[in-house]
Design a protein around this ligand. Structure first.
Ligand code: CMC
Length: 436
């Protein structure tokens, strides 16, 4: 028995139980012994939307939402975003330690060897309507990778896992860039493996007729920082989808597609696109008070504000705000910035937002930078999905190696009808013939 425990008295029976505490949590299965009588199923927990339920033990990402702390494998996000590259951070998330110089060279090289996609996949993408949403194209094409790599189904094979990992991290920027160029009617650009991960992505996005694309170093670094900030965020909706689908031993392409589908929603990664729409709707700084009044009256949300875990400033939003200044020095300021700054200032002084601990989250400023860099809002969530693929894969690997994990299958509390019978199934004498 662990040192700490909880004594629970069942007032229905008068019986007491000592339930062990692990990391300040009770195991829900320890409650099953609490029964009214021998025939009783035993106690369950009820927690819609997992407000207070840990679904796993994880050593990847740490968040303290009350003080606004985010760490990957113990390192503060500010330090990683300040000095490291996205591929270094990806290595850290996946393998637990930062790479040394030879490890990084080998890692970057291996990923670069998996950036091309099968020509048939290119044809698959060409089949999308010209105005298809890039996130829909991204999700579907990542799922389609499953049909190209049947070896990925062997999820318990470590060598195979490693191969799918390289393929996914290598190919998601290529798919994302193709989705973007398809929506603009531009020819696809093949990867250039002499460039860094982020520069190659920019080349696949923006290269026109020049022989080699030269990314602006400030913009390439800004994108790298944004990728670092978005790489993992413990058990959010998308990551939960990754673990849930992966727990059935579906292959990692299908699981990443499921996670990306979850990310697409406007309450999750889709919020960055919605922030831009909201700023467009507000239109001018002087219209901010009227907009906030509407939100407070229950007409819509302040997109890019609020978080299930952060009840303090999201540390990623703070770094993005600083990065925005560097980007704007190159691109010129995004006129929406002024509206966003005023919106933030007004909300942080407003009793409604203060009382509910609503602060800007990662999505509040990211869209403004992306737009200044030349992206259309439809592309913002895809830019989130590229780095988050690393986090999803890290969580997937951890889950597969966790002996306590099984197929995810929550319980329910049934609130429907008691047994009743369909009149059409009754025999002539009125006796039910089937109790379905
Ligand atoms: N604007 C106005 N009111 C809000 C907002 C908002 N953005 N967020 C929460 N509230 C209110 C909510 O109406 C509720 O009020 P009341 O207590 O009077 O009913 C209270 O604050 C608590 O909110 P909740 O909905 O119980 O909080 P939650 O933890 O279930 O939701 C959230 C978290 C992120 C879904 C929510 O804050 C939200 O919808 N924000 C806007 C969308 C957004 O920016 N999402 C990105 C999240 S961060 C990146 C990511 O996850 O990918």
């Amino acid at each position: 028995m662990p040192e700490e425990s909880l004594r629970i008295t069942d007032n229905r029976t008068g019986k007491s139980y000592d339930v062990p505490l692990y990391h300040d949590a009770v195991r829900a299965m320890d409650l099953r012994q609490i029964k009214k009588d021998d025939g009783d199923f035993g106690l369950m927990t009820y927690d819609p939307a997992f407000l207070n339920t840990a679904s796993c033990m994880s050593a990847i990402t740490y968040i303290d939402g009350d003080t606004g702390i985010l760490r990957y494998r113990g390192y503060p996000i500010e330090e990683l975003a300040g000095k490291r590259s996205f591929l270094e951070v990806a290595y850290l998330l996946l393998f637990g330690e930062l790479p040394d110089a030879p490890q990084l060279t080998e890692w970057a090289d291996k990923i670069a060897h998996h950036t091309l996609i099968h020509e048939n996949l290119k044809k698959f993408m060409e089949g999308f309507r010209h105005d298809a949403h890039p996130m829909g194209m991204f999700v579907s094409t990542v799922a389609a990778l499953s049909t190209f790599y049947p070896d990925a189904r062997d999820v318990m094979n470590r060598q195979s896992r490693r191969m799918q990992l390289l393929r996914l991290i290598g190919k998601v920027p290529t798919i994302a860039a193709m989705a973007y160029r398809h929506s603009l009617g531009l020819p696809f650009v093949y990867p250039d493996n002499s460039l860094s991960y982020t520069e190659n992505f920019l080349s696949m996005l923006w290269k026109m007729t020049e022989p080699k694309y030269q990314a602006n170093p400030v913009l390439a670094r800004a994108l790298d920082i944004l990728f670092i900030l978005h790489a993992d965020h413990e058990q959010n909706c998308g990551t939960n989808a990754m673990r849930c689908v992966g727990s059935s031993h579906a292959d990692p392409y299908l699981s990443v597609a499921a996670a990306a589908a979850a990310l697409a929603g406007p309450l999750h990664g889709g919020a960055n696109e919605e922030v831009l729409r909201m700023l467009d709707e507000i239109g001018t700084v002087s219209a901010v008070p009227e907009f906030l009044a509407k939100v407070k009256a229950g007409h819509g949300k302040l997109m890019g504000f609020g978080h299930r875990v952060y009840k303090n400033y999201d540390p990623r939003a703070r770094i993005i705000k600083q990065t925005a200044e560097e980007v704007f020095r190159v691109t010129g300021a995004n006129p929406k910035l002024e509206i966003a700054l005023e919106l933030e200032r007004a909300a942080l002084h407003d009793e409604y937002f203060i009382k509910r601990k609503l602060y800007p989250n990662v999505d509040f400023y990211s869209g403004i930078i992306y737009q200044a860099m030349g992206f259309r809002p439809e592309m913002f969530t895809v830019l989130f999905a590229i780095p988050r693929t690393v986090g999803w894969m890290a969580q997937w690997l951890e889950m597969l190696d966790d002996a306590e994990q099984k197929i995810a299958r929550p319980r329910q509390i049934y609130t429907g009808h008691e047994l009743r019978h369909d009149a059409a199934y009754r025999c002539e004498v009125g006796t039910p013939v089937a109790a379905a």
